[in-house]
Structures are given as C-alpha cells and as structure tokens.
Ligand binder design. Structure first.
Ligand code: ADP
Ligand code: MG
Length: 402
C-alpha cells in the first residue's frame, strides 16, 4: 500500500471524512430484579429488536409514548456474547488495524454498565464475561493466528473522581494532568504496562479494581461516583526479518515518502473502554456534604459530555466545550474525532427510573448524529515501555498488604 494512505493527517478538516461513519449506539435492557418483577403497574419499556426501537410508556395525567431508534437494541434476555458481537467486536477488529476505538457504557447506577464491560466470573458454568475480557481475548487470539505481523500490547487503567485523574495501576499518583502531543491527548506519566495475554489484562484489571475499591473505602465513597477507563494500546508491525539485507537494499523503498520500509511501519490502535459514572439526578438522590460534591462533579462531567455530543451533532456549532471537564478532554478524539466509537446505553426495567431511562435514551439518540473521522495511526517504531507486569503486580501487592 502506498505510504501516503497510512500517514495520519493531523487534524482532518471535514467532519465527514472517510466513509461518513458516526458514533454507533446500542441499548441494553437489564433483566428485572426480584423486586422489579413484583412491579404490578405493567410494562413501561418496549423493545422491538427487528426495528431496533425502544418505546417508553409514561403515565400520569395522560399516557405518553416516546419512541427511539438505535443501531442495536438488546433485550433483557440477551447474553454477554451478543452484546460483545453487536457493540464491541467491530471496534476491536478496527483497533487491530491501527484505528483508535472507544466503547463506552452510559446509564444510571444499577443499570448494568459494569456488568456489561467488566464482569469476569463464570456463573453456574455459564460464561458472563463482559466486553473487556472478551476484547482482550480477541486481540490476543488474532495476534497469535497472524503469521505476518508481530504485536505489542500495553494496558493502562485510570479513574476520574471529583475531576481528578488517578492511575489505578499506580494509585499513589493522583491528580494527573492531561497533555496534548503529536498523536493527540494523553495523561502525563500514565503507567503503560506490557501485557502478553488476556490473563495479563485480567490480572491488571483486578489489581486496578482492588486499588479503586481501596481508595473508595478510605473515602467512604462508592465507585459509581467515578469514571473508570481501561486503555489497551495495540501496536502491529509486519514481520520482515527473513529478508536478506542485500535484497532489501536493492529494492526501492515502498514507503519512500515516509522514509522507512513498509515492514517497519507500526500501526498503533488505542482502545478506550469506558465505564461512566452513574447518571442519576441530584434532586432525587437528596445527597448532602461530600456525596453532593461527588454528585455535582459527576453531573458536571456528564453534562459536559452531553454538551460536547450536542455540539458535535450540530453542523452549525462553532465551539465544542471539551476543555470544560477532564472526561471530555480525555475523550476528545472519541467524540467525533480520530476514533471509532460505540456507545452502550444501559437501562433498567424499573418504573421508578423511567425519567433516568428517558434521559439516557435521549443522550444516546443525540450521540447517533455525531460523525467520526478515524484514520489509521502509523509510527516508525514500537514504543519502549518501561513497566512490566510482574513489577507492577509485586509493587501493588506490597502496598495493599501494608
Ligand atoms: P452499574 O455499573 O450501571 O451501576 P451494575 O453493572 O453494577 O450496574 O449492575 C447492577 C446489578 O445488576 C449487579 O448486581 C449486576 O450483576 C446486575 N446485572 C446488571 N446487568 C445484568 C444482566 N444483563 N444480567 C444479569 N445481571 C445483571
Ligand atoms: Mg458500575
């Protein structure tokens, strides 16, 4: 392939660059709990999987129906593998080709975001693994089957709590800063740990979750008040080592405009897996003190996320307020920039939460209008990672035990 097709443009001008892709949105309805099953006011949420529509029935002084249409609609009986295939797999496959990808779960607390993304236990012999373990398994399985390329994969895990970024793989580092470099926005000093298997990813996920629970227990807080983001960076380079040096030097460089051989190009895809904080309403929860500050901080970032989506969806908007929250600043490329983005709207089948579901579905509906413009990212070399898995695990074990 000609090198010019592989060189990333810095800031493509047209928002409809590429083939007019946009954010893809899937709705997942959680199964009812025992208490919710006893709800005798009848169904309030109707899913039509053939037409990909969700209808909400609201009662009160009069009955009202609101219909939404999405890219995918998954009923409460759907399996984790269905969610992965619908909302995650296409993005993961693109990441293996050097595109950035984002898979993001949105919804009120208890709607099933963490279950959808992270769940990692086999339950009664049935696999309930969520999107993160399945994505990791797919990445390593494909890397193993690919005889033409070699791969380097690394993982980072952070959370945003009260507008501060904490590295969950190095939790003593809090309030980390976001910077902008050649290849986009990044967290300065973030731990990037090399992973060689899906099991390595799960070890780090577990470690990060323990650190997250540890810091929240100290604060007497709950993890639903923070956004958790796993970043998997997949680097891919053609294996061309068997080529004799004399032959290689006789042949003109296929990627001459880039100044390096085709085989030396490294395709770099970054996968963001985002478990957003719960989107509940402050008024309803009646929070006070630190809980109110947390809720305000969550609201600020989710409101800002909504505004950025709104601005991106509006062809006449001149300003997108990415800088108004850490979340949107970090996810800037995921919101209509250089990334393929899949949004999962988690809703609960509970009449008490109908207004929250309505608000989540409206959010998803707006996100469907956001055009994306992902391009293949190319670098010259594999990046040098300073952290290996064993050191990271040992250091943290000591910390958690002390
Ligand atoms: P959130 O992260 O949105 O706050 P959770 O993922 O923690 O919500 O889900 C709340 C509860 O519901 C958990 O006990 C979880 O195991 C359960 N749950 C969520 N989604 C499903 C599902 N699709 N099938 C079975 N249980 C689920
Ligand atoms: Mg959760």
């Amino acid at each position: 392939m000609d090198a010019k097709f592989l060189i990333p443009e810095k800031r493509p001008k047209s928002s409809m660059d590429g083939d007019g892709e946009r954010v893809r949105v899937t709705v997942r309805l959680r199964p009812p709990t025992k208490a919710e099953q006893r709800d005798d006011e009848g169904p309030f949420i109707f899913l039509d999987t053939d037409r990909n529509t969700v209808v909400l029935r609201r009662t009160g002084s009069f009955e009202a129906f609101t219909e939404f249409q999405f890219d995918g609609v998954l009923p409460s009986g759907c399996q984790q593998v269905d969610v992965y295939n619908t909302a995650a797999r296409p993005v993961v496959l693109d990441v293996l080709q050097g595109y950035n990808g984002t898979i993001m779960a949105y919804g009120q607390t208890g709607a099933g975001k963490t279950y959808t993304l992270s769940d990692k236990l086999a339950c009664g012999g049935m696999s309930v693994e969520g999107i993160i373990p399945r994505s990791a398994a797919e990445i390593f399985a494909r890397a193993e089957q690919d005889n033409d390329n070699e791969y380097h994969v690394s993982m980072s895990y952070i959370q945003i709590y009260m507008e501060q970024i904490q590295d969950l793989l190095r939790p003593e580092s809090c309030n980390m800063q976001i910077r902008e470099g050649e290849t986009g926005v990044y967290v300065s000093g973030i731990q990037e740990v090399e992973v060689k298997s899906a099991e390595d990813v799960m070890k780090l996920l577990l470690l990060g979750d323990r650190n997250r629970a540890f810091s929240f227990t100290k604060l007497n807080a709950h993890s639903s008040r923070s956004h958790a983001i796993v970043i998997l960076t997949v680097e891919r380079k053609a294996k061309n080592f068997s080529e004799p040096a004399s032959e290689a030097s006789d042949r003109p460089h296929s990627g001459s405009s880039a100044g390096f051989l085709e085989g030396e190009r490294v395709l770099v895809g970054k996968l963001f897996l985002v478990d957003l904080a719960g989107s509940e309403r402050l008024k309803k929860s009646g929070s006070e003190g630190i809980r109110a500050s947390e809720a305000m901080s969550v609201n600020l970032s989710l409101t800002c996320l909504g505004k950025c989506i709104g601005a991106r969806a509006d062809p006449n908007a001149t300003h997108v307020p990415f800088r108004d929250s850490k979340l949107t600043r970090l996810l800037q490329e995921s919101l209509g920039g250089n990334a393929k983005t899949s949004l999962i709207i988690n809703i609960a089948p509970c009449n008490d939460y109908l207004r929250e579901s309505l608000s989540s579905l409206s959010f998803g509906s707006r996100a469907m209008k956001v055009a994306t413009r992902a391009i293949v990212n190319v670098e010259e070399e594999f990046r040098v990672l300073t952290k290996n898995l064993q050191d990271t695990l040992e250091m943290q074990d000591e910390r958690l035990q002390s």
